[in-house]
Design a binder for this molecule. Sequence first.
Ligand SMILES: O=C(O)CCC(=O)C(=O)O
Ligand SMILES: [Fe+2]
Length: 350
Amino acid sequence: MQISEEKSETKSVKEMSMDGDEPPSQYVVTGSSFGSKDSSTFIPIPIIDVSLLSSQTQLHKLRSALSSVGCFQAIGHGMSGSYLDKIREVAKQFFALPEEEKQKYGRAVNESEGYGNDRIVSDKQVLDWSYRLTLRVFPEAKRRLSLWPKNPTHFSETLEEFSTKVKSMMDYLVRCMARSLNLEEGSFIDQFGEEPLMLTRFNFYPRCSRPDLVLGVKPHTDRSGITVLLQDKEVEGLQVLIDDKWVSVPTIPDALVVNLGDQMQIMSNGIFKSIMHRVVTNTEKLRMSVAMFNEPEAENEIGPLEGLIDETRPRLYRNVKNYGDINYRCFQEGKIALETVKIAQNSDQK
Ligand SMILES: O=C(O)CCC(=O)C(=O)O
Ligand SMILES: [Fe+2]
């Protein structure tokens, strides 16, 4: 089997994109899961100024954003627009390399790190119209440097610096999230353990002739604690599900999108919401994004914080270890991971 898992007789997503081909059936999303964007209602995505999170007003805004929609656009995070452009440029240079060059970092079958398309787990799986380069950045000792591109030459150095900055932003945000709930600021961070994980994913979405049928990424929630996403500077594509409507997340060049992931939903006993999101394709322009995910150490047990459980809000989730594995198994079985760790509630407790 080929490393990329694409059969040699079939065209790659990139070739189909360039030729404007009708996408093959494996990429076509059918049924109600596709939905359509409801453009009749405008639902703004909250904007939070990270530099102001020492104030109660901004903390309140953070809590309200996370407990209603589960995402926000972060500004005032200390990374300038020109710095973020440098990251976008490195991603662009990598994806522009010839396919053989990128395949030097190809994801092996059954591995999650490296360059390639979807990991294929079932015949019925609908494929995403995208390419990704996934790399673990923390803990440092677990980096697989053989998969870190040598081309462009400053790739590793740029990724190292960016992930260090995003890590400290994430740690700060997770502390602020605890404070926004009137908890000790280390309450969530403690559950991440001594050596929390952090993963980067560079996403590349070629043009697609049928955006009405094909998604860049299917609807999902992130398995992370939180996710920080650098969007394309110009091309929109990310949509979040709010009140059953798909809402586009506007591109703000200097902002970083913060999505709450499943593990923070568990730790916050369901107060914070892990946001359902997807990426749409378009006929005109290719799109790129860089996502960073933090996660508790696999062997650390996580669970709802005691301070967030009482008679009016009973414990919603059991304690779990290695949620990443649970999430992956559920994906293979077509189950929703968060549902499998939920504690059944008596109706009189609700
Ligand atoms: O490309 C995007 O905007 C989002 C990507 C995403 O949801 C993911 O990588 O988990
Ligand atoms: Fe995501």
